[in-house]
Design a protein around this ligand. Structure first.
Ligand SMILES: Cc1cc2nc3c(=O)[nH]c(=O)nc-3n(C[C@H](O)[C@H](O)[C@H](O)COP(=O)(O)OP(=O)(O)OC[C@H]3O[C@@H](n4cnc5c(N)ncnc54)[C@H](O)[C@@H]3O)c2cc1C
Length: 456
Protein backbone atom coordinates (compact mmCIF):
# COMPACT_ATOMS: atom_id res chain seq x y z
CA UNK A 1 0.00 0.00 0.00
CA UNK A 2 1.34 3.44 -0.87
CA UNK A 3 0.85 6.64 1.13
CA UNK A 4 -1.94 7.67 -1.23
CA UNK A 5 -3.81 4.44 -0.51
CA UNK A 6 -3.46 5.16 3.21
CA UNK A 7 -4.72 8.70 2.63
CA UNK A 8 -7.74 7.50 0.71
CA UNK A 9 -8.68 4.78 3.21
CA UNK A 10 -8.13 6.60 6.50
CA UNK A 11 -10.96 8.75 7.83
CA UNK A 12 -8.44 11.06 9.52
CA UNK A 13 -5.70 12.96 7.69
CA UNK A 14 -2.23 11.66 6.79
CA UNK A 15 0.85 13.89 6.90
CA UNK A 16 4.36 13.53 5.48
CA UNK A 17 7.28 15.92 6.09
CA UNK A 18 6.63 19.25 4.42
CA UNK A 19 2.83 18.93 4.56
CA UNK A 20 1.00 21.78 6.31
CA UNK A 21 0.04 20.38 9.71
CA UNK A 22 2.89 17.82 9.91
CA UNK A 23 4.73 19.82 12.60
CA UNK A 24 1.63 20.35 14.76
CA UNK A 25 0.77 16.68 14.55
CA UNK A 26 4.17 15.40 15.69
CA UNK A 27 4.60 18.02 18.43
CA UNK A 28 5.68 16.78 21.87
CA UNK A 29 5.40 18.38 25.32
CA UNK A 30 9.14 17.98 25.89
CA UNK A 31 10.62 20.08 23.09
CA UNK A 32 13.95 18.22 23.45
CA UNK A 33 12.42 14.92 22.31
CA UNK A 34 11.02 15.69 18.84
CA UNK A 35 9.40 13.00 16.72
CA UNK A 36 10.58 12.80 13.11
CA UNK A 37 8.36 10.19 11.42
CA UNK A 38 8.17 9.57 7.68
CA UNK A 39 4.39 9.53 7.93
CA UNK A 40 1.83 10.58 10.52
CA UNK A 41 -1.54 8.84 10.55
CA UNK A 42 -3.99 10.99 12.51
CA UNK A 43 -6.54 8.32 13.36
CA UNK A 44 -10.18 9.30 13.76
CA UNK A 45 -11.46 5.87 14.80
CA UNK A 46 -10.25 2.45 16.00
CA UNK A 47 -10.67 1.31 12.37
CA UNK A 48 -8.17 3.99 11.31
CA UNK A 49 -5.71 2.69 13.90
CA UNK A 50 -6.12 -0.84 12.53
CA UNK A 51 -5.52 0.38 8.96
CA UNK A 52 -2.44 2.37 9.94
CA UNK A 53 -0.95 -0.53 11.93
CA UNK A 54 -1.48 -2.91 8.99
CA UNK A 55 0.01 -0.30 6.62
CA UNK A 56 3.10 0.05 8.82
CA UNK A 57 3.55 -3.73 9.13
CA UNK A 58 3.19 -4.22 5.36
CA UNK A 59 5.70 -1.47 4.61
CA UNK A 60 8.34 -2.41 7.17
CA UNK A 61 7.73 0.67 9.34
CA UNK A 62 7.76 0.69 13.12
CA UNK A 63 4.79 2.33 14.87
CA UNK A 64 5.17 5.20 17.33
CA UNK A 65 2.25 6.57 19.35
CA UNK A 66 2.06 10.11 20.67
CA UNK A 67 -0.40 10.75 23.48
CA UNK A 68 0.24 13.71 25.79
CA UNK A 69 3.82 13.79 24.43
CA UNK A 70 5.52 13.98 27.85
CA UNK A 71 7.84 11.04 27.39
CA UNK A 72 9.03 10.03 23.93
CA UNK A 73 12.41 8.34 24.34
CA UNK A 74 13.03 7.85 20.61
CA UNK A 75 12.48 10.07 17.58
CA UNK A 76 10.90 7.38 15.41
CA UNK A 77 12.88 8.76 12.47
CA UNK A 78 11.55 7.52 9.17
CA UNK A 79 8.79 5.46 10.85
CA UNK A 80 5.01 5.80 11.22
CA UNK A 81 3.52 7.95 13.97
CA UNK A 82 -0.05 7.46 15.11
CA UNK A 83 -1.87 10.32 16.80
CA UNK A 84 -5.28 9.79 18.37
CA UNK A 85 -6.48 13.32 19.15
CA UNK A 86 -9.24 13.14 16.52
CA UNK A 87 -10.81 10.13 18.22
CA UNK A 88 -10.60 11.52 21.74
CA UNK A 89 -13.65 11.36 23.98
CA UNK A 90 -14.28 11.19 27.72
CA UNK A 91 -17.47 9.67 29.07
CA UNK A 92 -18.26 9.52 32.77
CA UNK A 93 -20.87 7.09 34.04
CA UNK A 94 -21.56 8.72 37.39
CA UNK A 95 -23.83 5.93 38.60
CA UNK A 96 -21.14 3.27 38.14
CA UNK A 97 -18.35 5.75 39.07
CA UNK A 98 -16.47 4.78 35.93
CA UNK A 99 -14.84 6.76 33.10
CA UNK A 100 -14.38 5.48 29.57
CA UNK A 101 -11.88 7.39 27.46
CA UNK A 102 -11.02 6.93 23.82
CA UNK A 103 -8.08 8.33 21.84
CA UNK A 104 -5.61 10.52 23.71
CA UNK A 105 -7.26 12.76 26.30
CA UNK A 106 -5.16 14.66 28.83
CA UNK A 107 -6.04 14.32 32.54
CA UNK A 108 -7.56 17.80 32.65
CA UNK A 109 -10.37 16.57 30.38
CA UNK A 110 -11.21 13.70 32.75
CA UNK A 111 -11.04 16.02 35.77
CA UNK A 112 -13.49 18.37 34.05
CA UNK A 113 -15.92 15.55 33.23
CA UNK A 114 -15.74 13.73 36.58
CA UNK A 115 -15.50 16.69 38.99
CA UNK A 116 -19.12 17.89 38.71
CA UNK A 117 -20.24 14.41 39.86
CA UNK A 118 -17.99 14.55 42.93
CA UNK A 119 -15.77 11.90 41.35
CA UNK A 120 -11.99 11.90 41.00
CA UNK A 121 -9.65 10.12 38.58
CA UNK A 122 -6.22 9.07 39.81
CA UNK A 123 -4.33 11.61 37.74
CA UNK A 124 -0.74 12.65 38.39
CA UNK A 125 0.77 15.99 39.33
CA UNK A 126 0.37 17.56 35.89
CA UNK A 127 -3.09 17.68 34.27
CA UNK A 128 -1.53 18.05 30.79
CA UNK A 129 -0.06 14.53 30.94
CA UNK A 130 -1.77 12.03 28.62
CA UNK A 131 -4.24 9.67 30.32
CA UNK A 132 -3.24 6.55 28.41
CA UNK A 133 0.56 7.07 28.49
CA UNK A 134 0.30 7.61 32.26
CA UNK A 135 -1.94 4.60 32.93
CA UNK A 136 0.24 2.26 30.87
CA UNK A 137 3.17 3.18 33.14
CA UNK A 138 1.19 2.48 36.33
CA UNK A 139 0.51 6.08 37.32
CA UNK A 140 1.20 7.57 40.75
CA UNK A 141 -1.16 10.26 41.98
CA UNK A 142 0.25 12.84 44.43
CA UNK A 143 -3.10 12.62 46.27
CA UNK A 144 -4.85 9.29 45.74
CA UNK A 145 -2.10 6.69 45.32
CA UNK A 146 -1.01 6.23 48.92
CA UNK A 147 -4.66 5.75 49.90
CA UNK A 148 -5.67 3.69 46.83
CA UNK A 149 -2.62 2.36 44.93
CA UNK A 150 -1.49 2.73 41.33
CA UNK A 151 -3.85 4.46 38.91
CA UNK A 152 -3.64 1.38 36.70
CA UNK A 153 -5.18 -0.67 39.55
CA UNK A 154 -8.45 1.10 38.71
CA UNK A 155 -8.48 -0.07 35.06
CA UNK A 156 -11.32 -2.43 34.23
CA UNK A 157 -10.92 -2.71 30.45
CA UNK A 158 -8.43 -1.80 27.69
CA UNK A 159 -9.08 -1.76 23.92
CA UNK A 160 -5.84 -2.29 22.02
CA UNK A 161 -4.88 -2.77 18.38
CA UNK A 162 -2.11 -5.36 18.31
CA UNK A 163 0.58 -5.84 15.66
CA UNK A 164 -1.66 -8.12 13.57
CA UNK A 165 -4.12 -5.23 13.19
CA UNK A 166 -6.78 -6.84 15.40
CA UNK A 167 -8.74 -4.76 17.90
CA UNK A 168 -8.85 -6.69 21.18
CA UNK A 169 -10.47 -5.94 24.51
CA UNK A 170 -8.38 -6.91 27.51
CA UNK A 171 -10.09 -7.30 30.90
CA UNK A 172 -9.45 -9.35 34.04
CA UNK A 173 -11.21 -12.26 32.28
CA UNK A 174 -10.46 -11.75 28.53
CA UNK A 175 -7.08 -11.46 26.82
CA UNK A 176 -5.65 -11.83 30.30
CA UNK A 177 -2.02 -11.89 29.16
CA UNK A 178 -2.50 -8.48 27.55
CA UNK A 179 -4.40 -7.18 30.58
CA UNK A 180 -1.45 -8.19 32.76
CA UNK A 181 1.34 -6.83 30.56
CA UNK A 182 -0.28 -3.63 29.25
CA UNK A 183 -0.54 -2.23 32.78
CA UNK A 184 3.10 -1.31 33.31
CA UNK A 185 4.82 -1.92 29.97
CA UNK A 186 3.80 1.33 28.28
CA UNK A 187 3.34 1.19 24.49
CA UNK A 188 5.17 -2.10 23.84
CA UNK A 189 2.15 -4.25 23.03
CA UNK A 190 -0.01 -2.20 20.71
CA UNK A 191 -1.98 0.98 20.24
CA UNK A 192 -4.50 1.51 23.03
CA UNK A 193 -7.66 3.05 21.62
CA UNK A 194 -9.85 3.08 24.76
CA UNK A 195 -9.57 2.52 28.51
CA UNK A 196 -12.24 2.16 31.16
CA UNK A 197 -11.31 2.87 34.78
CA UNK A 198 -12.96 3.45 38.14
CA UNK A 199 -13.32 6.91 39.66
CA UNK A 200 -13.20 7.65 43.38
CA UNK A 201 -15.69 9.68 45.43
CA UNK A 202 -13.43 12.61 46.34
CA UNK A 203 -14.64 16.21 46.11
CA UNK A 204 -12.15 18.14 48.21
CA UNK A 205 -8.73 17.52 49.67
CA UNK A 206 -6.55 19.38 52.16
CA UNK A 207 -3.59 20.07 49.93
CA UNK A 208 -1.00 22.48 48.56
CA UNK A 209 2.64 23.44 48.98
CA UNK A 210 4.92 24.93 51.59
CA UNK A 211 7.82 26.71 49.93
CA UNK A 212 10.83 27.41 52.17
CA UNK A 213 13.83 29.56 51.21
CA UNK A 214 16.41 27.41 49.39
CA UNK A 215 19.09 28.46 51.88
CA UNK A 216 17.30 26.23 54.43
CA UNK A 217 17.66 23.02 52.42
CA UNK A 218 19.96 21.33 55.01
CA UNK A 219 17.31 21.91 57.69
CA UNK A 220 14.16 21.19 55.66
CA UNK A 221 15.19 17.90 54.02
CA UNK A 222 15.71 15.88 57.25
CA UNK A 223 12.61 17.47 58.81
CA UNK A 224 10.59 16.45 55.74
CA UNK A 225 11.93 12.86 55.84
CA UNK A 226 10.96 12.50 59.51
CA UNK A 227 7.55 14.09 58.85
CA UNK A 228 6.88 11.76 55.88
CA UNK A 229 7.56 8.72 58.09
CA UNK A 230 4.74 9.72 60.46
CA UNK A 231 1.97 10.03 57.87
CA UNK A 232 -1.00 7.68 57.50
CA UNK A 233 -1.89 6.31 54.05
CA UNK A 234 -4.47 9.09 53.56
CA UNK A 235 -1.65 11.66 53.46
CA UNK A 236 0.94 12.07 50.72
CA UNK A 237 4.06 14.20 50.55
CA UNK A 238 7.07 14.92 48.39
CA UNK A 239 9.88 17.44 48.55
CA UNK A 240 11.75 19.27 45.80
CA UNK A 241 14.80 21.52 45.75
CA UNK A 242 13.94 23.97 43.01
CA UNK A 243 15.48 26.81 41.06
CA UNK A 244 12.29 27.96 39.43
CA UNK A 245 12.10 29.72 36.09
CA UNK A 246 10.59 33.20 35.93
CA UNK A 247 7.29 31.99 34.47
CA UNK A 248 4.04 34.00 34.66
CA UNK A 249 1.98 30.93 35.59
CA UNK A 250 3.87 30.67 38.91
CA UNK A 251 2.65 32.66 41.94
CA UNK A 252 4.69 35.89 42.14
CA UNK A 253 7.00 35.02 45.09
CA UNK A 254 8.10 31.82 43.33
CA UNK A 255 9.12 33.34 39.98
CA UNK A 256 12.86 32.82 39.56
CA UNK A 257 13.13 31.73 43.23
CA UNK A 258 15.45 29.17 44.88
CA UNK A 259 13.18 27.16 47.18
CA UNK A 260 12.57 23.88 48.96
CA UNK A 261 9.04 22.88 48.04
CA UNK A 262 7.19 20.54 50.40
CA UNK A 263 4.11 19.10 48.72
CA UNK A 264 1.28 17.75 50.84
CA UNK A 265 -2.19 16.32 50.51
CA UNK A 266 -4.62 14.68 52.87
CA UNK A 267 -7.82 12.90 51.87
CA UNK A 268 -10.18 13.36 54.79
CA UNK A 269 -11.33 16.07 57.19
CA UNK A 270 -9.33 19.30 56.70
CA UNK A 271 -8.77 19.66 60.44
CA UNK A 272 -6.98 16.32 60.61
CA UNK A 273 -4.94 17.20 57.51
CA UNK A 274 -3.91 20.43 59.18
CA UNK A 275 -2.97 18.66 62.41
CA UNK A 276 -0.76 16.18 60.55
CA UNK A 277 1.02 18.99 58.67
CA UNK A 278 1.84 20.90 61.87
CA UNK A 279 5.46 19.62 62.20
CA UNK A 280 6.33 21.12 58.81
CA UNK A 281 4.56 24.41 59.52
CA UNK A 282 6.46 24.52 62.82
CA UNK A 283 9.66 25.04 60.80
CA UNK A 284 8.58 28.66 60.56
CA UNK A 285 8.70 31.27 57.82
CA UNK A 286 7.76 30.16 54.33
CA UNK A 287 8.09 31.96 51.01
CA UNK A 288 4.55 30.73 50.32
CA UNK A 289 2.05 28.42 52.03
CA UNK A 290 -0.90 27.36 49.86
CA UNK A 291 -2.06 24.33 51.85
CA UNK A 292 -5.82 24.58 52.36
CA UNK A 293 -9.02 22.70 51.62
CA UNK A 294 -9.30 22.77 47.81
CA UNK A 295 -11.49 21.08 45.20
CA UNK A 296 -9.84 17.90 43.92
CA UNK A 297 -10.15 19.31 40.40
CA UNK A 298 -7.72 22.07 41.42
CA UNK A 299 -5.08 19.76 42.86
CA UNK A 300 -2.53 20.69 40.15
CA UNK A 301 -1.69 23.54 42.55
CA UNK A 302 0.17 21.04 44.76
CA UNK A 303 3.10 20.67 42.35
CA UNK A 304 2.62 23.65 40.01
CA UNK A 305 4.12 21.74 37.08
CA UNK A 306 4.61 23.86 33.94
CA UNK A 307 1.41 23.77 31.87
CA UNK A 308 2.94 24.60 28.47
CA UNK A 309 5.48 22.66 26.36
CA UNK A 310 9.12 23.26 27.34
CA UNK A 311 12.55 21.82 26.51
CA UNK A 312 13.82 19.70 29.40
CA UNK A 313 16.18 16.88 30.36
CA UNK A 314 15.41 14.48 33.18
CA UNK A 315 16.69 11.46 35.11
CA UNK A 316 15.20 9.29 37.83
CA UNK A 317 16.25 6.86 40.54
CA UNK A 318 14.41 4.67 43.04
CA UNK A 319 15.71 5.09 46.61
CA UNK A 320 15.53 2.45 49.35
CA UNK A 321 16.24 4.84 52.25
CA UNK A 322 17.15 8.42 53.03
CA UNK A 323 19.66 8.46 55.88
CA UNK A 324 21.28 11.74 56.94
CA UNK A 325 24.28 10.93 54.73
CA UNK A 326 22.05 10.76 51.62
CA UNK A 327 20.43 14.09 52.44
CA UNK A 328 23.85 15.64 53.05
CA UNK A 329 24.94 14.51 49.57
CA UNK A 330 21.81 16.00 48.04
CA UNK A 331 22.37 19.24 49.93
CA UNK A 332 25.91 19.37 48.60
CA UNK A 333 24.70 18.80 45.03
CA UNK A 334 21.74 21.21 45.06
CA UNK A 335 22.15 23.41 48.14
CA UNK A 336 22.96 27.12 48.34
CA UNK A 337 26.70 26.62 47.92
CA UNK A 338 26.34 24.47 44.76
CA UNK A 339 26.39 25.58 41.13
CA UNK A 340 23.37 23.35 40.42
CA UNK A 341 21.45 24.59 37.33
CA UNK A 342 18.67 21.97 37.63
CA UNK A 343 15.13 23.26 37.85
CA UNK A 344 13.94 20.62 40.27
CA UNK A 345 15.22 17.61 42.19
CA UNK A 346 12.22 15.97 43.82
CA UNK A 347 11.79 13.00 46.12
CA UNK A 348 8.34 11.43 46.41
CA UNK A 349 7.55 9.35 49.48
CA UNK A 350 5.62 6.33 48.19
CA UNK A 351 4.38 3.41 50.31
CA UNK A 352 0.84 2.98 51.63
CA UNK A 353 -1.46 1.29 49.12
CA UNK A 354 1.29 1.59 46.47
CA UNK A 355 2.82 -1.46 48.16
CA UNK A 356 -0.34 -3.60 47.97
CA UNK A 357 -0.73 -6.28 45.32
CA UNK A 358 -3.25 -5.41 42.57
CA UNK A 359 -6.55 -7.31 42.23
CA UNK A 360 -5.24 -8.90 39.05
CA UNK A 361 -1.49 -9.27 38.45
CA UNK A 362 0.12 -6.47 36.45
CA UNK A 363 3.51 -5.38 35.08
CA UNK A 364 4.12 -2.47 37.46
CA UNK A 365 7.55 -3.15 39.01
CA UNK A 366 7.75 -0.53 41.77
CA UNK A 367 5.62 -1.95 44.60
CA UNK A 368 7.71 -1.83 47.75
CA UNK A 369 9.76 1.16 46.57
CA UNK A 370 9.83 3.70 49.43
CA UNK A 371 11.09 6.78 47.56
CA UNK A 372 11.37 7.95 43.96
CA UNK A 373 13.80 10.66 42.90
CA UNK A 374 13.12 12.70 39.74
CA UNK A 375 15.49 15.44 38.58
CA UNK A 376 14.68 17.84 35.79
CA UNK A 377 16.52 20.68 34.06
CA UNK A 378 14.70 23.09 31.78
CA UNK A 379 17.11 23.97 28.96
CA UNK A 380 17.35 23.61 25.19
CA UNK A 381 19.59 21.26 23.18
CA UNK A 382 22.51 23.75 23.33
CA UNK A 383 22.80 23.01 27.04
CA UNK A 384 22.50 19.24 26.63
CA UNK A 385 26.07 18.41 27.69
CA UNK A 386 26.14 20.38 30.97
CA UNK A 387 22.58 19.31 31.83
CA UNK A 388 23.38 15.64 31.26
CA UNK A 389 26.48 16.14 33.41
CA UNK A 390 24.56 17.66 36.32
CA UNK A 391 21.78 15.06 36.09
CA UNK A 392 24.38 12.29 36.07
CA UNK A 393 25.95 13.91 39.14
CA UNK A 394 22.64 13.63 41.01
CA UNK A 395 22.21 9.97 40.05
CA UNK A 396 25.81 9.04 40.88
CA UNK A 397 25.68 10.93 44.16
CA UNK A 398 22.49 9.16 45.30
CA UNK A 399 23.37 5.70 43.95
CA UNK A 400 24.66 4.39 47.31
CA UNK A 401 21.01 4.51 48.48
CA UNK A 402 19.46 3.28 45.23
CA UNK A 403 16.67 0.70 45.18
CA UNK A 404 16.79 -1.81 42.32
CA UNK A 405 13.29 -0.87 41.07
CA UNK A 406 12.04 2.41 39.63
CA UNK A 407 8.68 3.92 38.74
CA UNK A 408 8.15 3.15 35.06
CA UNK A 409 6.57 6.55 34.38
CA UNK A 410 9.77 8.34 35.40
CA UNK A 411 12.21 6.31 33.32
CA UNK A 412 13.51 9.12 31.15
CA UNK A 413 14.60 9.31 27.51
CA UNK A 414 18.21 9.22 28.76
CA UNK A 415 17.67 5.92 30.54
CA UNK A 416 16.84 2.37 29.70
CA UNK A 417 17.49 2.63 26.00
CA UNK A 418 19.23 -0.71 26.10
CA UNK A 419 17.28 -3.85 27.04
CA UNK A 420 19.78 -4.60 29.83
CA UNK A 421 19.03 -1.33 31.62
CA UNK A 422 15.29 -1.77 31.19
CA UNK A 423 15.54 -5.29 32.60
CA UNK A 424 16.93 -3.69 35.77
CA UNK A 425 13.94 -1.34 35.99
CA UNK A 426 11.50 -4.28 36.01
CA UNK A 427 13.61 -7.00 37.59
CA UNK A 428 14.46 -10.15 35.63
CA UNK A 429 11.40 -12.23 36.48
CA UNK A 430 8.77 -9.62 35.60
CA UNK A 431 10.73 -8.48 32.55
CA UNK A 432 10.80 -12.03 31.16
CA UNK A 433 7.04 -12.41 31.71
CA UNK A 434 6.39 -9.20 29.75
CA UNK A 435 8.78 -10.39 27.02
CA UNK A 436 6.74 -13.59 26.65
CA UNK A 437 3.56 -11.56 26.03
CA UNK A 438 5.44 -9.21 23.71
CA UNK A 439 6.78 -12.11 21.62
CA UNK A 440 3.30 -13.61 21.34
CA UNK A 441 1.55 -10.40 20.25
CA UNK A 442 4.35 -8.44 18.56
CA UNK A 443 6.89 -10.99 17.28
CA UNK A 444 8.43 -8.53 14.80
CA UNK A 445 8.71 -5.72 17.36
CA UNK A 446 6.50 -3.33 15.39
CA UNK A 447 6.05 -1.27 18.58
CA UNK A 448 9.66 -0.35 19.32
CA UNK A 449 9.57 3.47 19.37
CA UNK A 450 9.44 3.49 23.17
CA UNK A 451 11.27 1.97 26.11
CA UNK A 452 11.52 -1.25 24.17
CA UNK A 453 11.01 -4.51 26.03
CA UNK A 454 12.74 -7.28 24.09
CA UNK A 455 14.59 -10.50 24.94
CA UNK A 456 18.22 -9.97 25.90
C1 LIG B 1 5.65 17.51 34.36
C2 LIG B 1 5.42 16.03 34.51
C3 LIG B 1 4.76 15.55 35.62
C4 LIG B 1 4.51 14.17 35.79
N1 LIG B 1 3.86 13.73 36.89
C5 LIG B 1 3.62 12.40 37.04
C6 LIG B 1 2.95 11.89 38.18
O1 LIG B 1 2.55 12.64 39.08
N2 LIG B 1 2.75 10.55 38.27
C7 LIG B 1 3.15 9.68 37.28
O2 LIG B 1 2.90 8.49 37.39
N3 LIG B 1 3.79 10.15 36.19
C8 LIG B 1 4.04 11.47 36.05
N4 LIG B 1 4.72 11.92 34.96
C9 LIG B 1 5.21 10.96 33.97
C10 LIG B 1 4.12 10.66 32.93
O3 LIG B 1 3.09 9.95 33.53
C11 LIG B 1 4.72 9.82 31.82
O4 LIG B 1 5.70 10.59 31.19
C12 LIG B 1 3.66 9.37 30.81
O5 LIG B 1 4.13 8.25 30.10
C13 LIG B 1 3.32 10.47 29.84
O6 LIG B 1 2.27 10.09 29.00
P1 LIG B 1 1.92 11.02 27.73
O7 LIG B 1 0.80 10.39 27.02
O8 LIG B 1 1.79 12.44 28.18
O9 LIG B 1 3.27 10.96 26.89
P2 LIG B 1 3.65 10.34 25.47
O10 LIG B 1 5.05 10.80 25.26
O11 LIG B 1 2.68 10.68 24.42
O12 LIG B 1 3.60 8.77 25.74
C14 LIG B 1 4.45 8.13 26.67
C15 LIG B 1 4.61 6.65 26.28
O13 LIG B 1 3.34 6.03 26.31
C16 LIG B 1 3.03 5.49 25.02
N5 LIG B 1 1.63 5.74 24.69
C17 LIG B 1 0.94 6.88 24.87
N6 LIG B 1 -0.34 6.72 24.44
C18 LIG B 1 -0.44 5.45 23.98
C19 LIG B 1 -1.48 4.68 23.40
N7 LIG B 1 -2.71 5.18 23.19
N8 LIG B 1 -1.23 3.40 23.05
C20 LIG B 1 -0.01 2.85 23.25
N9 LIG B 1 1.03 3.55 23.77
C21 LIG B 1 0.82 4.82 24.14
C22 LIG B 1 3.94 6.25 24.06
O14 LIG B 1 4.20 5.51 22.90
C23 LIG B 1 5.18 6.48 24.89
O15 LIG B 1 6.01 5.35 24.87
C24 LIG B 1 4.97 13.28 34.79
C25 LIG B 1 5.66 13.76 33.67
C26 LIG B 1 5.90 15.11 33.53
C27 LIG B 1 6.67 15.59 32.33
Amino acid sequence: MQINDLRSQLTGPVFVPGDPGYDEERATFNLNTPLTPAVVAAAASPGDVQLAVRFAAANGLAVAVRGGGHLQPRAGEGQLLLTLDRMTSVHVDAERAVARVTGSPRWQEVLAAAGPHGLAPMNGSSPTVGVVGYLLGGGVSPVLSRPHGYASDQITSIDVVTADGRLRTATPTDETDLFFALRGSRGNLGVVTAVEFRLLPVRTVYAGGLWFAGERVAEVLPAWRDFAATLPDAATTSVAVQRLPDLPDLPEPLRGAFVVHVRYSYVGPAGEGERLLAPMRALGATVLDTVAEVPYTGSAMIHHDPPLPLPYFDRSLGLRELPDAALAVLTGIAGPRSDCPLTSIEIRALGGALDRAPETPDAVPSRGLPFQLFALGIAGPDAAAPMHGHLAGVITGMTPWAHPRRMVNFVSPEEALTPGELRDVYGAELYDRIVAVKEKHDPDNLFRINHNIVRN
